[in-house]
Design a protein around this ligand. Sequence first.
Ligand SMILES: Cc1cc2nc3c(=O)[nH]c(=O)nc-3n(C[C@H](O)[C@H](O)[C@H](O)COP(=O)(O)OP(=O)(O)OC[C@H]3O[C@@H](n4cnc5c(N)ncnc54)[C@H](O)[C@@H]3O)c2cc1C
Length: 387
Amino acid sequence: MFNHDTAALEAIRDGVRGLCSHYDAAYWRGVDERKAFPEAFVDALTEAGWLAAMIPEEYGGSGLGLTEASVILEEVNRCGGNSGTVHGQMYNMFTLLRHGSQAQKQYFLPKIAAGELRLQSMGVTEPTTGTDTTKIKTTAVRQGDKYVINGQKVWISRIQHSDLMILLARTTPLDQVRRKSEGMSIFLVDLHAAIGHGLTVRPIANMVNHETNELFFDNLEIPADSLIGEEGKGFRYILDGLNAERTLIAAECIGDGRWFIEKASDYARSREVFGRPIGQNQGVQFPIAQAHIEVEAADLMRWRACHEYDNGLPAGASANMAKYLAAEASWKAANVCLQTHGGFGFASEYDVERKFRETRLYQVAPISTNLILSYVAEHLLELPRSF
Ligand SMILES: Cc1cc2nc3c(=O)[nH]c(=O)nc-3n(C[C@H](O)[C@H](O)[C@H](O)COP(=O)(O)OP(=O)(O)OC[C@H]3O[C@@H](n4cnc5c(N)ncnc54)[C@H](O)[C@@H]3O)c2cc1C
């Protein structure tokens, strides 16, 4: 229906699956228990070139589309891993590729493709403004050949495992712009140069093993050529990357959903209570069947979003709806899987509780379900703006 090269996608699945087989459930459980970062897995995925899938060949990547990239992240989660530890690089690379100068692209993209530099972090969210991004208070003021940054960010992920961060800051005060979406800019920040020289990082303990932080900027000076694209257009640039980000998140949720359904089905077939497999009871099998139907339906919307994006068609509606459907479906599958396992669903050694926590995140980040509903209501159904 969407003209995918099924054999090529299957080859990607096989390749990623092969790599993931070295990082099994015990590996991810251990990383989760130690609250550690899965360095060995991330290094292996980088070295194998999977994170450079969408970087054009001229910059050393594979030049693949969103369709193929989505399969890579889906398969990581489908194998029981967590692509939340790596997905930032795929999202952030778009911003640099689409809006960076020729010099920035030529310098950074080959190094990112080769795994010499990691672009895993994007700093947008702030503690006092949350989803209302246009009200951000972090400022970047031009002073000669540098910008001086002051402000605060929250929930900024993978800082400790990234060399670079894309940062959104206000360059023109809100009361001096025509529209609130104007006057913000994005910068490529060298984290090694910044940390300890105006940037302070404070990790946030959280319910998933997600490396995420508060950032404090106190007169951080960065070179003026760190600016990506034109000053004042940063918010538009960030929005530009969102359709790809949402579609990739949808694929990750679909990977999770399939993992939960397989895990629940296996357990329902083998666990015997009252002298028969629990899966023989329709009260147990129907919720699993329902979850399966919903994951498969979400997957269709994900393929539609990939198809539109890769063919240069407007993809906003499909990308948002795919993310919504897939996050709902994976969360439902997580609940069903936990319920099917009874008490054992709570035992860490079954991995269900870990994946349950991990997939729950996608109802909130990188965009909450309510904000997608608001997008659909306003942009697709032409209902009045609510904010
Ligand atoms: C583990 C984790 C990692 C993250 N990583 C990053 C990162 O790397 N970079 C980054 O920039 N951000 C990151 N985030 C931040 C994430 O994008 C935000 O948490 C998310 O966008 C929601 O913002 P908020 O937490 O401020 O919620 P708020 O904006 O305070 O909203 C709270 C709740 O109210 C609802 N709400 C708010 N306004 C409305 C409205 N008008 N109508 C209906 N409902 C509304 C929201 O949907 C939400 O459920 C991360 C978050 C987490 C938890």
